[in-house]
Design a protein around this ligand. Structure first.
Ligand code: KG4
Ligand code: ZN
Length: 431
């Protein structure tokens, strides 16, 4: 068995198959991500049956590539970490079954990681790496170490919009849920609005790119404060994942809701006769796009799928390209949508940081790749004299380096998973 503190992370909770080798939670030796975006793009969203099938295809080559890139063999590893939830049941199961078999065959301990905890560790891993780059050792009292101070973490992605207080406790991390969405995740709203307007999947990068050329004040979208706890008591939130988190127990000031703005965009599109234009654009950009198929029916295989996978259109990079794609009114709508979403994320995150006395904010998950979000959070943090950190773009969206990094404190604490480990599609973090 190896002695270097090498953990192989495996991630398959949604539409990326990923594997990575990380040393002692602080140095990435390799990070390989096989994205399924080309497969799902033609449906305008993730199709669970296709996701499982693609994970099955990709998991072995992706793990091999991660070991090769790290220049190691299975014999050098100290443990295997795998995402056990939340996520799509069939997709999670592919990673878990493979990780279990591998751990058994190699005689290695298995560590189960919550996907949301993984996203938080994407930022911590990066902070460790930055620290190692600037000075070889953190100071003796741990000052300046990413593990020295509590942080308010906003995990904002296609499946989640959650606020956690992450606290270092004797070498491991404890999480308390502070806030969350009561319906759609922010990334889900990005994806749905992009689909409605005839742009590509996933929608976030398209809206991010187009919003730069629109007027963010053109459409006055407003988020109403989630009023009382009472109307939520006993109600199951309609999010895609982590359905069990206890909404009723949370401070309503830190609850998010993104289904209203999605409906407001739809209403604006209808009132301003933008629908035909959006549908024409979708047909032009995605001639191979289908509705969600029934499992096992036509559209799941064949030449048209391969044709659709190549030449996927990319978001525009200049104003001319943006205006060739859609009218100024649509650019203004997109900019106003993004401005409202980012403003709401910001308002509640900073309010939670202030109420908890957190001097440090971590923003992570796919939506943390957003340019407007990064610049406005950075400006607000400077204004308030607190720190904010984001992962690199590659570590913002799903990856396995964050899973291997999150596993390190669990490895040191000897928190290993048993052979009964199974997928938990609604696994909560920080009850
Ligand atoms: O973390 P992630 O890869 O998967 C989940 O755990 O959900 O996040 C994917 C989500 C998608 O909804 C995508 O539209 C959004 O992140 N996203 C963005 C950007 N890049 C990805 N949203 C806004 N701006 C971006 N630049
Ligand atoms: Zn994720």
């Amino acid at each position: 068995m190896g002695k270097r503190g090498l953990i192989l992370g495996i991630e398959s909770s949604c539409d990326e198959t990923a594997a990575s080798v990380v040393e002692r939670g602080a140095r990435t030796l390799s990070s390989v991500v096989a994205s399924q975006i080309p497969t799902h793009a033609r449906y305008g969203g993730v199709v669970p049956e296709l996701a499982s099938r693609e994970h099955l295809r990709a998991v072995v080559p992706v793990v091999r590539a991660a070991l090769a890139e790290a220049g190691i063999t299975f014999a050098d590893l100290d443990a295997i970490a795998v995402t056990s939830g939340p996520g799509l049941a069939g997709a999670l199961l592919v990673g878990i079954s493979y990780a279990k078999a591998l751990a058994f065959a190699q005689g290695l301990p298995l560590i189960a990681i919550n996907h949301l905890e993984g996203h938080i560790h994407a930022v911590l891993l990066q902070e460790h790496e930055a620290l190692a780059g600037s000075s070889p050792e953190p100071s003796a009292n741990g000052q300046g170490s990413p593990d020295a101070e509590p942080a308010l973490a906003l995990v904002v992605s296609g499946g989640h919009t959650h606020l956690f207080l992450a606290r270092p406790v004797r070498g491991s991390w404890h999480y308390s849920l502070i806030g969350r969405t009561v319906d759609d995740a922010a990334g889900e709203a990005y994806d749905k609005v992009a689909k409605l307007l005839g742009f590509g999947y996933p929608g976030g990068p398209w809206i991010d790119a187009l919003a730069r050329f629109g007027n963010p004040k053109a459409v006055p979208f407003a988020f109403s404060q989630i009023k009382t706890k009472l109307h939520l008591v006993g109600k199951t939130p309609r999010t895609k994942a982590a359905t069990t988190a206890p909404i009723a127990a949370l401070n309503p000031h830190f609850l998010f809701s993104f289904s209203g703005i999605k409906t407001a965009v739809l209403r604006y599109v209808e009132l301003n006769n933008l629908r035909a234009e959006a549908e024409a654009r979708a047909a032009r950009l995605f001639p191979h796009r289908f509705g969600h198929p029934e499992p096992g029916t036509a559209g799941l295989d064949g030449e048209s799928l391969d044709a659709a996978k190549t030449n996927l259109p990319k978001p525009p990079t200049t104003r001319e390209e943006a205006l060739a794609l859609c009218p100024q009114q649509t650019l203004d709508l997109v900019a106003s949508f993004q401005h409202a979403v980012v403003g709401d994320l910001m308002k509640k995150t900073f309010a939670a940081a202030e109420s908890l006395g957190a001097r440090r904010i971590l923003v992570t998950g796919g939506v943390a790749a957003n340019r407007e979000l990064r610049s406005r959070f950075t400006g607000e943090a400077q204004r308030r004299g607190i720190r904010v950190a984001f992962p690199t773009l590659a570590l913002s969206t799903d990856n396995a380096a964050m899973i291997a990094a999150a596993a390190w404190p669990r490895f040191e604490a000897g928190e290993f998973a048993g052979s009964e480990l199974s997928a938990e599609p609604s696994l909560p973090l920080g009850r």
